[in-house]
Design a protein around this ligand. Structure first.
Ligand SMILES: [Zn+2]
Ligand SMILES: [Zn+2]
Length: 255
């Protein structure tokens, strides 16, 4: 190694140390300093309920114990979803809510990279050669209020992680739906009925493709299922839904 190269290398290293000193990696939940970028601290880690097997083979609803292989939950048996697989990183509960809300409403867009890494990891087995990533769109009115679409932000980082294309404008919201908050399960499904359509510019790109549909929170699955329906009807081959977190109700009642 030449003298100049050694100096340059040394400067680069010094620069990295200065950067580390200025921006030490933080726990995405409590902002405590951590050793590895993108990891939770030792206090937060055990409090996050990560979703794992056994789970419904269709929507990914986690079961408390394994009864048999390839089991579907009550919802998926009663109302087969348009997507073939649902994957989420962790449960949306009192503890994880603070992390999700910071990302959604407090301009913590820096968290997108960390979350995308986790989402890419849990969905690795679902990724196919022709996978195309599409975010669930926000209504333009809500986009203006919130300034960014968190699903689009996650999609961009996931695309970079798994090296697959992202179609930001794949889906359009065709009507302004009232908020899903406080609505019954049935009302939520009714509320979003016909609310999405594949953008005319995206039609050709989605035909015959495997779609990885991205959202931040899976609440009842109504919005995600409606988006999946539009994609399938427009010619997509198969849909996997990938969310950062998921509301898990004690009893997965049929709707
Ligand atoms: Zn922490
Ligand atoms: Zn299910």
């Amino acid at each position: 190694m030449s003298f100049i190269n050694r100096i340059a290398g040394g400067l680069r290293q010094t620069g990295q140390h200065v950067m580390d000193g200025l921006f030490p990696p933080q726990c995405p939940c409590c902002n405590e300093q951590v050793d590895i970028p993108g990891s939770l601290c030792a206090v937060c880690w055990p409090q996050v309920t990560f979703i794992s097997e056994p789970a419904c083979i269709s929507c990914g609803y986690p079961f408390e114990y394994k009864i048999e292989d390839d089991l579907q939950c009550g919802n998926c048996i009663a109302n087969p979803p348009y997507y073939s697989k649902g994957v989420s990183v962790f449960q949306y509960d009192d503890f994880s809510r603070q992390m999700v809300l910071a990302f959604k409403h407090a301009d913590r867009t820096d968290l997108a990279k960390v979350f995308a890494k986790w989402m890419a990891r849990v969905s690795a087995s679902q990724i196919q050669e022709d996978t195309l990533i599409i975010p669930v769109p926000l209504h333009p009115g809500r986009l203006l209020k919130r300034r960014y679409n968190q699903s689009a932000l996650l999609s961009r980082h996931i695309g970079a992680q798994i090296n697959r294309p992202v179609l930001m404008q794949g889906l359009d919201r065709t009507k302004r739906t009232p908020s899903q908050g406080g609505k019954s399960l049935k009302a939520r499904f009714r509320n979003v009925k016909g609310a999405f359509k594949v953008a005319s510019t995206a039609q050709q790109q989605i035909t015959g493709k495997h779609i990885l549909l991205i959202d931040d929170v899976y609440t009842t699955g109504a919005t995600l299922n409606e988006c999946a329906k539009s994609l399938i009807k427009a010619g997509a081959r198969d849909i996997t839904i990938l969310t950062l977190c998921r509301v898990v109700r004690p009893a997965n009642m049929s709707i």
